[in-house]
Ligand binder design. Sequence first.
Ligand SMILES: Nc1nc2c(ncn2[C@@H]2O[C@H](COP(=O)(O)OP(=O)(O)OP(=O)(O)O)[C@@H](O)[C@H]2O)c(=O)[nH]1
Ligand SMILES: [Mg+2]
Length: 322
Amino acid sequence: MCVQDKHIMKQNGTKCFLTILNADEGDEGNYTIQLENKSGTASCSAMVIVELKEWRTVQWKQNAMVDSLKEFKMDNNQVRELNFLLYGPVGAGKSSIINTIKTIFEGRHCVICPVAARSTESFTKMYQKHSIRREGVVPLVFYDTMGVEKQESAGVRTDDVISALKGHITEDYAFNPILQILEGNPQYRMNPGLCDRIHCLINVISADKIALMDEEYINKMKKVREAARTMGIIQVVFMTDVDLACPMIKDSLRYIYRSKKIKENMQKCSNLLGVPVNCIFPVKNYHEETDLIEDINCLMLDALKRIIPWAQEYVVKCSTNT
Ligand SMILES: Nc1nc2c(ncn2[C@@H]2O[C@H](COP(=O)(O)OP(=O)(O)OP(=O)(O)O)[C@@H](O)[C@H]2O)c(=O)[nH]1
Ligand SMILES: [Mg+2]
């Protein structure tokens, strides 16, 4: 329905034009024009995407960011590396994030973490540790986990993820959806030190699926978040699949913080999981590309650059407490 002083319709020969005056966020949507004459009716639709004023900035040049992370060192006698754990629904892009980060630092496509076509069953089955190398080791370690599944006795167990956060689970543990890891298991670390604990929990959610996320996933994730909160662990969200969530982003990642869709999804994600928007980072993973793309790298580097100091602060705080 045309709104007076907002929508102006014009016709030039067989072409019709709709002008939206003072377009703002609320004007985004699907617009349909319906034509009618003696011969019948016809209609045509178009999606109008509104470009917001950029509300967060990203440095779209990677060299300075890579160099500063390459030089990053841990100045702590208990913790030599920062531990990040990737956690989230099956197929959200956890393993792909690790591949993307390794690709950026190693300067060539890395497919060290096996990823699969989307499925309802987790492709990752083991608790795997991935270190980052760039002219030596960068002291950042990423732990990949099995995906959260909807059913109670499927996918990674909530109690196992909490044990992993506390540092009780050792590398290469094969997750068992029906059996919790307990003391006595050869892969259960009895007395984990600060260096074995997770310093930052990265919740991974697909931007394309937020609106359709079942309550079962959210409840499981909330329990892990609550446990992490009690331990004081830093928590962030990496929102993947931004290219699938907004056509503007598919054309260029540089529109990421101008997209209304992305902003809305970040807000939804914040409401669902209770994570503040400033701890949510939209990212795009390498998935079909064969070349290295600076914009993909920069978006991921920007997120890393912001969360590393938080994880570091957590380590400092815990070191002085122990
Ligand atoms: N378009 C697009 N596809 C992505 C992105 N990230 C991951 N994918 C694809 O999504 C699928 C699942 O990715 P994975 O990295 O295996 O997801 P996961 O969270 O590790 O999944 P599980 O191990 O099964 O729990 C793969 O086909 C990826 O190529 C992204 O940012 N954009
Ligand atoms: Mg995986």
